[in-house]
Write a protein that binds this ligand. Sequence first.
Ligand SMILES: [Zn+2]
Length: 288
Amino acid sequence: MNQLPRPDVQYVVTILIALLVALLVPIGALAMPLPEPRPARLTKAGPPQDIKSPEKPAEPVSAPESVPMPVPRPKEPAAAETAKPKPTEPAAPAVVEADVPLDPIPEPLCDELEAAGEIEFERLPRIVEGQCGALTPIRLKSITPKGGQKVSLENPAVTSCRVAKATLDWLAASVQPAAQKHLGGPIVAFRQTGGYECRGRNRVVGAKLSEHASANALDIGGFERANGVVVPVSDKGGEAELGFLSEIRGTACGPFTTVLGPGVSSHDEHFHLDLARRGRDGRTTYCR
Ligand SMILES: [Zn+2]
């Protein structure tokens, strides 16, 4: 038999194996899966797509303090900030609160009276009490006509500056001259006075509201003389007292539009004086 020597066979086999390995290794490498290609950041069909989150801009790289940092570009305003409302869109109605000034509400007549200094009073907050109330009430304390006697109110009455002014005019022009004439001297105080009260006329529940319910009235139950003697409002009394009361009751009609007293139901012991508006000019009087 013509056999190759054993060492030669082993040599050939070794060479063949080596060639086979050398051939297979590149093939195996080519057969390994390639990584997916990165998606292109730019496409020809569309605009650039910014994949960065707009809320999280890239943190600037920290640098030594000695190195001047470039001035960052001002951030461009967001679209929502620059967008103007369409002119066709109706503007939402603004919520406007009622422009009611807080107390006290201006009252020019009160300013005049304060400047004149004849009437001592205190401005009060507006009164809101159901159907009753007053925007510019005052607490009337005393009246001192220029060059005349001071007349205090026994009970400072809550009323209005209009009523206070009417009382001043009546006091100066009529009450003190009548007191001098009938009583021999001036009066120094109004007694049993009453002002604001939320009630119906003659205190009848359900009746039309009294002028007292709007601080537009003043009740006077008596007149105190300098000697301390009080002339009560009444239809009983001496000639002097009745003469005094009759005269001032008559002269109150004019400064006041309503004057009620003894002989009228519920008014036998006081004069009721108010400034109710009647007639076209608001000055029509009702005096009984
Ligand atoms: Zn009254």
